[in-house]
Design a protein around this ligand. Structure first.
Ligand code: AMP
Ligand code: GLY
Length: 423
C-alpha cells in the first residue's frame, strides 16, 4: 500500500522510519518532508495547511493511508476533508482536534467530565483577568487559548509578570487571534510526563510512558521550547500512576468527547503533572508529541500501520501493542539562539559517522539541503535517538551520536534522561 505522511519535523521522520519497516507498505510520500525523510520516502513540496493540494495529491496518487503529524492541519479539518473524499486518514477530526486547538474548550471538558486538572478561569477582558491574578497571587499560569506553537503558556513567578502576559495576549500583540481568550490557572508542582494513547473513540490502547524536557537549558532553566529531548519509559509513571492516567484522564476524556458528539479517533496525548502519586492534566494534544514520538517509535515492536488503520477505521478490536524492553532516549540538537532568533544555513558535520553507530537513529527536523550539503534550517534541527538495555545505556548511546555531530552555534542539553536516573 501507499502511505502519505503530513509534516516535516522529527516526529514525522520517526513516523516515516517506523512505517517504512512495515511489510504492508510499498511506497511512502511525505509532505513536505525533509532531507532525512527523503532517504526513506518521496518528499512532496506541499505545505501542511494546503488542504486542497494535499487532497488532490492523495487522490491522484491513490494513497491508501494518510497519517497527519502536526496539529495545524487537524485543526483546519484535514481529516474531515479526506474522509468526505472517501480516503482513509489517521488523525482527529476538526471537532475533536479542538481538544488541543482551544485550551478553554479543553479545560471546560475536563471540568465537566471530572478529569483532574488545575483550578482555572477563562477571560476575554483584561480587567477581570487582572483582578483574578491579583486575588490569587503568584506563581500562576497564563495560557493563550489558541494554537501558539508551544509558546502560548507563561508560567509567571510574579503577579506583574502574569498581568503583563494577560495584557500582551488580550491585546493581540503576543499571539494574534490565538490570544483573544486566555486561560488563567493554578500553578501545579510535580514531575511532568507525556501519556499517549491510541483510541477509536471507545477503546483506548496506551503507548509506553515518556517524558519530555521543555526548557531550553540544563536543569530545566530558561524559556520553554517545543521539547529539547525525551525518553521512554518514564519511571515517574508507576503502575499506579498509569492506572490513574487511564481511568481518570484518558477514559473520562474519550467518553466525554463522545458524549459531546465529538468522537475522538487517533492518538490522544495528555500532558500530566504527577505529585505524590496524584495525577493532574496540564493539557491535551491531538497528535503525537515531538520529540516523544522518536523514542516511543524506537521502542515499538509491533507494526504501526495496522494500528493507524484501525484508529482511522474506528475499530481497534484485535489490536495490541508490543514494546521492546530496551529504553530509548532522544537528544534534540538545536540552532544556537532557539527558541529565540537563530542563524541558518550552517553545514552539519558528522552525519555519515553517526549513521554507522548501532542502535542509533538521527531523526531530521529543521534541516535543508544547500549546495549538496545538509544545513540547519529550523530551531530544532536533529533528534539523535539511542536505544539501550537501560535508560543509562540509552543516554550514553544518544550522546555518543551527539558528540559525532556539530555545526556552528549548535546547542543541546547535556542532562536529557537524568531525572529517570535519579529515581
Ligand atoms: P501546556 O502547553 O499547557 O502543556 O504548557 C506548557 C508547559 O507549561 C507545561 O509542559 C508545563 O511545564 C507548564 N505548565 C502548564 N500548565 C501549568 C500549571 N498549571 N502549573 C505548572 N506548570 C504548568
Ligand atoms: N513535546 C511536546 C509536544 O509535542 O507538545
Amino acid at each position: 500500500m501507499k502511505v502519505l505522511i503530513i509534516g516535516g519535523g522529527g516526529r514525522e521522520h520517526a513516523l516515516v522510519w517506523k512505517i517504512a519497516q512495515s511489510p504492508l507498505v510499498s511506497k511512502i510520500f511525505c509532505a513536505p518532508g525533509n532531507p532525512g525523510i527523503g532517504q526513506l520516502a518521496v518528499n512532496v513540496p506541499l505545505k501542511v495547511d494546503d488542504l486542497d493540494g494535499l487532497l488532490a495529491f492523495a487522490t491522484t496518487h491513490r494513497i491508501d493511508l494518510t497519517v497527519v503529524g502536526p496539529e495545524l492541519p487537524l485543526s483546519l479539518g484535514i481529516v474531515d476533508r479526506f474522509e468526505a473524499a472517501g480516503l482513509l486518514i489517521f488523525g482527529a477530526r476538526r471537532n475533536a482536534a479542538i481538544i488541543e486547538a482551544s485550551k478553554a474548550f479543553s479545560k471546560d471538558l475536563m471540568k465537566k467530565y471530572q478529569v483532574p486538572t488545575a483550578f482555572y478561569e477563562v477571560f476575554t477582558e483584561a480587567e477581570p483577568a487582572l483582578a483574578f491574578i491579583a486575588r490569587h497571587g503568584a506563581p500562576i499560569v497564563v495560557k493563550a487559548d489558541g494554537l501558539a506553537a508551544g509558546k502560548g503558556v507563561i508560567v509567571a513567578r510574579t503577579v506583574t509578570e502574569a498581568q503583563d502576559a494577560v495584557r500582551d495576549m488580550l491585546s493581540g500583540d503576543a499571539f494574534g487571534a490565538a490570544g483573544a481568550r486566555v486561560v488563567i490557572e493554578e500553578f501545579l508542582e510535580g514531575e511532568e510526563a507525556s501519556f499517549l494513547a491510541f483510541t477509536d473513540g471507545k477503546s483506548i490502547i496506551p503507548l509506553a510512558s515518556a517524558q519530555d524536557h521543555k526548557p531550553v537549558f540544563d536543569g530545566d532553566q530558561g524559556p520553554n521550547t517545543g521539547g529539547m529531548g525525551a525518553y521512554s519509559p518514564a519511571p515517574v509513571v508507576t503502575p499506579a500512576v498509569h492506572e490513574k492516567a487511564m481511568q481518570e484522564v484518558m477514559r473520562r476524556a474519550v467518553d466525554g468527547m463522545a458524549a459531546e458528539g465529538r468522537r475522538y479517533q487517533g492518538v490522544l496525548y495528555a500532558g500530566l503533572m504527577i505529585k505524590n502519586g496524584e495525577v493532574k492534566t496540564l493539557e491535551f494534544n491531538a497528535r503525537f508529541g515531538d520529540p516523544e514520538c522518536q523514542p516511543l517509535l524506537m521502542r515499538l515492536k509491533s507494526d504501526l500501520v495496522p494500528v493507524l488503520m484501525a484508529c482511522a477505521r474506528g475499530d481497534l478490536s484485535g489490536i495490541e501493542l508490543e514494546w521492546h524492553d530496551q529504553a530509548a532516549v532522544c537528544v534534540v540538537m538545536a540552532s544556537g539562539g532557539y527558541p529565540g532568533d537563530f542563524a541558518k544555513g550552517f553545514p552539519i558535520n558528522g552525519l555519515d559517522q553517526a549513521a554507522k553507530i548501532d542502535d542509533l537513529v538521527v531523526f531530521h527536523a529543521g534541516t535543508a539541503e544547500q549546495d549538496g550539503r545538509i544545513v540547519n534550517s529550523g530551531g530544532r534541527v536533529l533528534g539523535v535517538t539511542g536505544r539501550g538495555p537501560t535508560v543509562a545505556a540509552a543516554i550514553a548511546k544518544a550522546y555518543q551520536g551527539v558528540r559525532t555531530i556539530n555545526w556552528e552555534g549548535v546547542h543541546y542539553r547535556t542532562d536529557i534522561g537524568r531525572k529517570a536516573l535519579e529515581r
